[in-house]
Design a protein around this ligand. Structure first.
Ligand code: PMP
Length: 406
């Protein structure tokens, strides 16, 4: 299966110097298959036009394709209706949308608490800090267990009548651990059914199926570029009753019903949250990318990636001085390591010289790094096109790099 899929990704044939590219930075962004590159081109060649309210043929075609993409996202996430899908520039914008509308709603009060996770991405910390600053609310991080897993017992102790929001990643991008979302949601609901729950699906969307209705969260955010779609795409799913109650956050075209200087009224969902001309092409192509993933099958993708992850984990774990962060089981398609006496940046640079692309640094998770007393990690992350040969090569190159550095 993989050889066939790989041939659909032109960039994977690239050489880095004289070495074949081994692209293991998929948690940062995925490469794009030909069907996506072609879909982008086809859009501009055959239907490019501004959407909604256009009387002409092309505008109708573009509008239909755009709204069809919304249906695809809704289907992918198991949303109750397409109007619950708001297109955004990505996961970060989706989370900011929720935080900003909550600020504008006036419904957050001094003393309210937002429970976050220690391993959260800055995109799922800073918007809540900004909201807390404006409203007098407090941000509380759930600690990690010594095994670097979500501490359910500590979380349960933190839940109280003040808990207004719980926001957490499905899969942490610095650590790779899958959070026990269902448990977290059921305990939150048990504490207070009204507490808002936002799941950051940036690292799960290309690897693990998530049905938002089965999960029982209130909001789910993800980025298109991490699931084979272009950058600048993504979506927020929100429960319709909540999205209806919250106010719009950006003003402009499309989000209005009627405008006068005396009084402006707002459009219905989802357009109320989509001011201005959206990323029409990007959103259409995002729909195609989700279709692409669904055609291959998320289960099949996840099984393949788990095999790679297990193999890499085992290989790295037995290298001298290497600490693989988090347990082997229950993880997404990524692994972070720290190495005694070796700076992550030096390891990443040597690996790059060998054609192996990994990410080094804090991965936008500085509080997590602070909790471990480190400045960063070296992170290897997989997509559906990676192979066992690449894992073996990455392991050999890592060992060689470490021998050079010590
Ligand atoms: N959350 C997580 C868990 C992520 O991994 C990322 C991207 N690294 C983001 C949020 C932010 O995504 P974006 O920059 O595409 O908005």
């Amino acid at each position: 299966m993989v050889a066939n899929l790989r041939s659909q990704f032109p960039i994977l044939e690239k050489r880095i110097g004289k070495k074949p590219l081994v692209y293991l930075d998929n948690a940062a962004t995925t490469q794009k298959p030909l069907c996506i590159l072609q879909a982008e081109r086809e859009y501009y060649e055959s239907i490019n036009s501004n959407i909604h309210r256009g009387a002409h043929y092309l505008s109708r075609l573009a509008t239909e394709a755009h709204e069809e993409a919304r249906c695809r996202v809704a289907h992918f996430l198991g949303a109750a209706a397409p109007r619950e899908i708001i297109f955004t520039r990505g996961c970060t914008e989706a989370i900011n949308l929720v935080a900003q509308t909550l600020a504008l709603s006036g419904g957050i009060h001094p003393g309210d608490e937002f429970i976050l996770t220690t391993d959260a991405h800055h995109s799922n910390i800073v918007p809540w800090q900004m909201l807390a600053e404006r409203t007098g609310a407090t941000v509380l991080p759930v600690p990690l267990t010594p095994e670097l897993c979500f501490d359910l017992a500590a979380f349960e102790n933190m839940l109280s009548a003040r808990t207004r929001l719980v926001a957490l990643p499905y899969i942490s991008n610095a650590l790779g651990v899958v959070n026990p979302i269902s448990e977290i949601i059921s305990r939150t609901r048990h504490n207070n059914p009204e507490t808002l729950i936002l799941v950051d699906g940036a690292q799960s969307v290309a690897h693990t199926a998530a049905n938002v209705q089965e999960l029982g969260c209130d909001f789910f955010a993800f980025s298109g570029h991490k699931v084979y779609a272009p950058t600048g795409t993504g979506a927020l799913w929100g429960r319709a009753d909540l999205l209806e109650k919250l106010p719009p956050w950006q003003g402009g075209g499309e989000m209005i019903s009627e405008v006068s200087f005396a009084r402006t009224t707002y459009n219905t969902l989802p357009f109320k949250y989509e001011a201005g001309t959206p990323n029409i092409c990007g959103n259409i192509v995002l729909g195609k990318a989700l279709e692409y993933v669904q055609q291959i099958g998320l289960e099949k993708i996840s099984r393949h990636e788990s095999q790679l992850t297990d193999k890499l984990y085992d290989g790295l774990a037995c290298m001298e001085g290497v600490r693989v962060l988090g347990p082997r089981e229950n993880r997404g398609a990524l692994i972070s390591i720290v190495v005694d006496g070796v700076h992550h940046y030096d390891l990443g640079t040597l690996l790059d010289n060998m054609g192996v692309a990994v990410r080094t640094g804090h991965h936008c998770c500085q509080p997590f790094m602070q909790s471990l007393g480190i400045t960063g990690t070296t992170r290897y992350s997989f997509a559906l096109y990676n192979t066992e040969d690449e894992v073996e090569l990455a392991l050999r190159c890592t060992q060689r790099a470490l021998d050079m550095l010590r």
